[in-house]
Design a binder for this molecule. Structure first.
Ligand code: BGC
Length: 835
């Protein structure tokens, strides 16, 4: 809650209108100033893996350009480092660039749980596991804020899909909500202490996250002690007053003053207590105060916009590029290495053919609001040519976005057939994964798979290098001599990949998510992003390895998997309820680093309880010289032995005999020790005590893909809301534009026009712009006016709604007269003395 007492003096000088005006943006990226009282406008900017400070047109889709900035590996990549110190260093570099550019709030980290591999923004998130996600996010936040720049933990909460992200109701049971979806945020907030949190667009169990007092007030502030400011996601405000009451202080971007007037009216009409408004204003004043010193320490006056040619952060770019290369090197995952194919020896006689479009045109980041304009880019191809390897040639081999080109494939085969080793660069293209769009399938493009098959048939060792921010099916995994996964490694990724291939860097990254054999194996596969109105998280706590390990399903690569050019031995494990100690030895002949994971197995192997078999409860990364041994001490997570009790709405320690496992992945347990846990003050009766009495056996067996609507309704303890919007009926402000689909008249035409323009833009080779059309379809009508930056007013929106509801001409008249009224009002405002 805002410290009203601290800011009382300033608050008392502000008029009600001024206070309301502070509660929404003045432009796309800035808040409004109150000059007479010296309250500055502050600048916010994306984002999680690089600064996106726009100097021209503002947008949250990565369409307009931004200042050059260091493009670090995306969160999905950095998570594979399992290296909290690295995350702090990257956060610190981002904070330094932001401070130099007068940016006070950096909109990251993103830490939603990867519920399903097809989620379009998985590349921007850390993990399927909340301990890993929360710990890395906390380090990142500390790094950013060490420069006096606020971080923003986003998107709070349960933003599990992009489809209908602005209207979808994410239905999730209390156990999963707290143990999976909120736990990462809890860790990030309590350990990282972010100065801001961004609420998500979606609803959570019926209420918009931004209006969810349970989430924003009870949990975030009261339980976790958050003392910062909650900002909406861009265009994510629904009911302004409800948002303020729940705990949101800042609506972004500018809403044309419309919602400020709503606030003033609500206070006047007693719908909003002025004391609540004061609290929110105090939160903004506190944010301004916290970020003020960096503005004076930095190179720029607050909020000023620099010319694109010479960003104020330019002096930092060389050092940060080196950090970007190092960060990528620590995050790359060696998935396979048969017969020690890797590393390749520089200077050796082997002829290396480089095949695959991603070597020459790398994919190094995702698309959408996180799109960074990099200061430079190292292509894998160039780094390989400089590496001392004997590169016999390069052929793209296939066209981006799947179109067939026999000529390209033939040329690649010709080159490859004369090589000793083939480096094959495959990946997801720019249109395949992006903010606002969930993927349609988990496969690589057919033309890439076909080329791979032909190359394997040559009988020459093929080393596959993958690019992409989320799992893909790897049907060829057993045929590849080696597989290196670069994920989306940022602007220095090409260098880091060459370093790993040649052994200059010994890979030590491990997967922060499970790699299923096929998409159908994912427990939410059948229903993910299918329904219009709700997203039922029927699988509950069984997300990622918690599901695969519970039901014993084979996976392509388990959570936590990653190889090295050396080997490690685990010994002398000793565990207490607070921590584990063990010795790790590098038993090979090169230096390397090991990510040591601690899992806790529930009593009785959890077979008879609504509980995962094992859960990650601690980890560390240790660097060792050849032959070196080191004892590591890893703390166990705060809720290592607890379940969240659905009825009591609190954590409960479950007494019993637990196994602490030291592991190289969730399926490679190297050492185990037992600890006895006694119940806490308020024990759960048993591991299943948190479950309702109606619990379906599928939640005990883990076969949650079989859970029916009734099973899930039993779990959440109430009837399920309809998964669909009422058929027919009028389109309202709540509907998204996508719901014009299948309707006649202007509505259908609108859908057709937007939908078709995607195909046209794709055909023109403009995937980023094409993606924005899909994004546009997801916007609810209510946000059209709010996000138009004043172009469309609420009365104009009423006209548009008439048009899509079959009253085209009435709607046009309304739109036209509202537009004229707005124009007249603006003129009168500009020339107050006229007329
Ligand atoms: C994204 C946020 C981002 C914001 C501003 C939204 O579309 O969801 O993550 O920070 O835009 O660009």
């Amino acid at each position: 809650m805002g410290d009203v007492a601290k800011h009382r003096e300033l608050l008392s000088k502000l008029t009600r209108e001024e206070k309301a005006s502070l509660m929404s943006g003045g432009s796309y990226w800035q808040t409004k100033p109150i000059a007479r009282l010296g309250i500055p406008s502050i600048l916010l900017a994306d984002g999680p893996h690089g600064l996106r400070k726009q100097t021209g047109g503002g947008d949250h889709l990565g369409v307009n350009r931004s200042l050059p900035a260091t493009c670090f590996p995306t969160a999905a990549t950095l998570a594979n480092s399992w290296d909290a110190d690295l995350l702090e260093r990257v956060g610190s570099a981002l904070g330094a660039e932001a401070a130099a550019e007068g940016v006070r709030v950096l909109l990251g980290p993103g830490l939603n749980i990867k519920r399903n591999p097809l989620a379009g923004r998985n590349f921007e998130y850390f993990s399927e596991d909340p301990l890993l996600a929360g710990t890395l996010a906390a380090s990142f936040i500390r790094g950013v804020q060490s420069h006096g720049v606020a971080a923003s933990a986003k998107h709070f909460a349960v933003n599990s899909q992009e489809t209908r992200r602005m209207t979808i109701d994410e239905i999730v049971d209390e156990r999963a909500l707290h143990e999976i979806y909120l736990e990462g945020f809890r860790i990030a907030v309590t350990a990282g202490k972010p100065w801001t949190v961004m609420s998500s667009y979606n609803r959570v169990n019926g209420t918009y996250a931004n209006e969810h007092r349970g989430l924003l007030h009870e949990i975030l502030r009261r339980r976790w002690g958050f003392d910062g400011l909650v900002v909406t996601d861009w265009g994510g405000n629904n009911d302004r007053v409800a948002g303020l009451i729940a705990g949101n202080a800042l609506e972004m971007p500018a809403a044309g003053g419309e919602t400020d007037r709503e606030i003033v009216r609500a206070v006047a009409g007693a719908a909003l207590d002025e004391a609540v408004l004061d609290e929110r204003v105090a939160e903004l004043l506190e944010l301004i105060e916290r970020t003020e010193p960096a503005q004076h320490a930095g190179t720029l006056p607050e909020g000023s916009i620099t010319a694109e040619a010479a960003p104020a952060s330019a002096g930092l770019h060389d050092a940060h590029h080196e950090l970007a290369v190092a960060a990528a090197g620590r995050s790359i995952v060696l998935l396979e290495n048969r017969l020690r194919t890797l590393p390749l020896a520089p200077g050796g006689p082997a002829r290396v053919a480089v095949v695959g479009d991603f070597a020459g045109t790398p994919r190094y980041q995702g698309a959408g609001s996180s799109l960074v304009n990099p200061t430079r880019i190292v292509r894998p191809l160039d780094a390989l040519r400089d590496s001392g390897l004997h590169i016999s040639g390069y052929e793209p081999g296939f066209s981006r976005r799947g179109s067939q080109s026999r000529g390209r494939a033939r040329r690649a085969l010709r080159l490859a057939s004369e090589a000793d080793v083939i480096l094959l660069f495959l990946g997801l293209d720019e249109a395949a994964e992006a903010e606002g769009i969930d993927r349609e399938h988990m496969r690589l493009a057919d033309n890439q798979l076909a080329l791979a098959d032909e190359l394997f048939a040559l009988g020459i060792p093929v080393v596959v290098v993958l690019a992409g921010g989320a799992p893909v099916e790897l049907p060829f995994a057993d045929q590849a001599a080696a597989i290196v996964h670069g994920y989306l490694p940022g602007q220095g990724g090409g260098q880091a990949i060459a370093d790993v291939l040649t052994g200059r860097v010994n890979p030590g990254g491990k997967l922060a998510e499970s790699y299923p054999v096929r998409y159908a194996d994912v427990p939410s596969a059948a229903s993910y992003a299918q329904a219009e109105a709700t997203a039922e998280h029927r699988e509950s706590i069984y997300v990622g390895y918690r599901y695969f390990d519970k039901v014993g399903l084979p996976v392509r690569y388990p959570f936590g998997h990653g190889l090295s050019y050396t080997s490690f031995e685990y010994s002398d494990l000793v565990a207490t309820p607070e921590h584990a100690r063990l010795t790790i030895t590098n038993t090979g002949d090169v230096a390397g680093s090991e990510v040591v994971q601690l899992y806790v197995e529930a009593p009785g192997l959890a077979e008879h309880a609504f509980r995962a078999v094992r859960e990650l409860r601690g980890f560390c990364r240790v660097d060792l010289a050849p032959g070196e041994s080191r004892e590591v001490r890893i703390p166990l997570a705060e809720h290592a032995f607890d379940v969240f009790h659905g009825t009591d709405r609190d954590w409960r320690r479950v007494a019993g005999s637990y196994t602490i496992q030291a592991a190289a992945s969730s399926r490679d347990i190297r050492a185990a020790a037992t600890v006895e846990i006694v119940a806490g003050d308020r024990p759960a009766r048993d591991a299943a005590a948190s479950a309702p009495t109606t619990l379906s056996p599928h939640y005990v067996s883990g076969r949650v893909e079989l859970a029916s609507s009734d099973d899930f309704a039993g779990l959440i303890g109430r009837p399920l809301p309809s998964p669909d919007w009422p058929v027919g009926g009028r389109l309202t402000r709540e509907h998204s534009i996508a719901q014009t689909r299948g309707r006649g008249g202007f509505a259908g035409l609108l859908y057709f026009a937007i939908d078709r323009s995607r195909a046209v833009l794709l055909a023109l080779g403009r995937p980023l712009q094409a993606n924005t059309t899909r994004y546009a379809l997801e916007i609810p009508f209510r946000s059209v006016a709010r996000m138009s930056n004043g172009l469309m007013t609420e009365p104009m929106l009423d006209g548009l709604l008439l048009m899509v509801n079959g009253e085209f001409f009435r709607g046009v008249r309304k739109l036209w007269s509202a537009w004229r009224a707005e124009r007249a009002a603006r003129r009168a405002h500009r020339n107050p003395t006229d007329g």
